[in-house]
Write a protein that binds this ligand. Structure first.
Ligand code: DGL
Length: 267
């Protein structure tokens, strides 16, 4: 089916999800919206996150998207369910795919979740995992400093290793065997997180899982775009695009040439 997929995030982080979508759904056109002007969402209240999420979705629906992917863990955890209920466009967030993958993966029935403060406070991952398998024990820790570290390119740095070891100490102590990277930025810090957790802990990338869930939903809904021609990718942001373009190069591994600024307060 023609019509683009809409992907939104609080900013640039959702490009880690977009990257996976581009990889496994190359024929799909994608409209990406990054709310860089109001990012980060992770330390904000439920009410504000719900208002921003509603505006982000309204912007995408104006582009006649056939499907919406909420790449932002914070928006998915706090507001997506309510906002999705007000639209007839099908939507998927990152929580359920990540939770499903973790519940299927754990052998010991002990899963860790890391994310922004709002994501962890919402308890959305833990609730979803318990809904899938009530026997699984979930341990959650907020790691807010990982977001600026990833955006500033502090990947293989000693400072990042120290912070990761400190944040993840309790995770190590409780003996999880599976850890959900419950924030768009964390896949970029994967090696540092893996090092801090030590061997024997499987890392679940919610973005990767979500791209697969989106593909399954498109197939099931008869919404897949046929043909061999690569889909067009269009990018919109809510503030000056320069920083987005710079950080996007690191997140996507390629340069984005055209990014349009929009006034999200109109939605
Ligand atoms: N995109 C957010 C998330 O995945 C991280 C950045 C933010 O706090 O807005 O939770």
């Amino acid at each position: 089916m023609e019509g683009p997929i809409g992907i939104f995030d609080s900013g640039v982080g959702g490009l880690t999800v977009a990257r996976e979508v581009f990889k496994i759904l190359p024929a799909e056109a994608v409209v990406y919206f990054g709310d860089v002007g109001r990012s980060p969402y992770g330390g904000r209240s439920k009410e504000i996150i719900a208002q921003f999420t509603a505006q982000d979705v309204a912007f995408l629906t104006e582009h006649r998207v056939k499907f919406v992917i909420c790449a932002c863990n914070t928006a998915s955890a706090v507001a997506l369910h309510e906002v999705a209920g007000r639209h007839c466009v099908p939507m998927v967030g990152v929580i359920e795919p990540g939770a499903r993958a973790a519940a299927a993966r754990t052998r010991a029935g002990r899963v860790g979740v890391i994310g922004t403060t709002a994501t962890i406070n919402s308890d959305a991952y833990a609730r979803t995992i318990r809904g899938i398998d009530p026997a699984v024990k979930v341990f959650s820790v907020a790691c807010p400093l990982f977001v600026p570290l990833a955006e500033e390119g502090y990947i293989e740095r000693e400072a990042t290793r120290l912070i990761a070891r400190d944040y993840l100490k309790t995770m190590r102590d409780v003996g999880i065997d599976t850890l959900i990277l419950g924030c768009t930025h964390y896949p970029l810090l994967r090696s540092v997180i893996a090092e801090a957790m030590g061997d024997g802990v499987a890392l679940i990338d919610s973005g990767e899982e979500t791209a697969r869930a989106a593909r399954d939903a498109l197939v099931a809904g008869g919404l897949l775009r046929g043909g061999e021609a690569p889909g067009e990718h269009t990018f919109y942001v809510s503030d000056v695009p320069e920083k987005f373009t710079q950080v996007a190069a690191r997140f996507l591994g390629t340069m984005i040439d055209r990014v349009t600024r929009v006034d999200i307060s109109r939605y």
